[in-house]
Design a binder for this molecule. Structure first.
Ligand SMILES: [Fe+2]
Ligand SMILES: [Fe+2]
Length: 127
């Protein structure tokens, strides 16, 4: 089993808790893919990750809107990029192209850790 770094802590405890769950789900996905778990098991984790990420991004975007945050647009575009990649992964999983998933899962993990450590921290520091 591979272990990954946690994101840097976020000053907002709600956002911080959500990030830990989100990163935890990606870690679980990377491990499941690595261990070549059955496709339906991978699909379940992927579904949870998609749902959780959607909810987390909506709540962050709502906070940013309430704050009239000036980086709102570029931040939302980052969220959309990650959701697009996750949707491609769901597609790969449904079509049985499981070979694509390890690379995609590692990319999403790197993307998310970077997003949390830059975009999300910058927003929380601004509040
Ligand atoms: Fe976030
Ligand atoms: Fe974000």
């Amino acid at each position: 089993m591979t272990t990954f770094n946690n994101p840097l802590p976020n000053p907002n405890p709600t956002i911080d808790g959500e990030h830990r769950i989100q990163v935890g789900l990606i870690n679980a996905l990377c491990n499941a893919v690595d261990e070549k778990r059955p496709a339906d098991e991978i699909g379940t984790i992927l579904e949870q990750l998609v749902d959780y990420s959607e909810t987390h991004f909506v709540s962050e975007e709502l906070l940013m809107r309430l704050d009239s945050y000036d980086e709102f647009q570029s931040h939302v575009e980052e969220h959309q990029k990650m959701m697009d990649t996750l949707k491609q992964m769901v597609q790969s999983q449904r079509e049985g192209n499981l070979d694509l998933l390890p690379g995609q899962a590692l990319n999403v993990l790197a993307f998310l850790l970077n997003h949390i450590n830059t975009f999300d921290r910058r927003y929380s520091a601004h509040r």
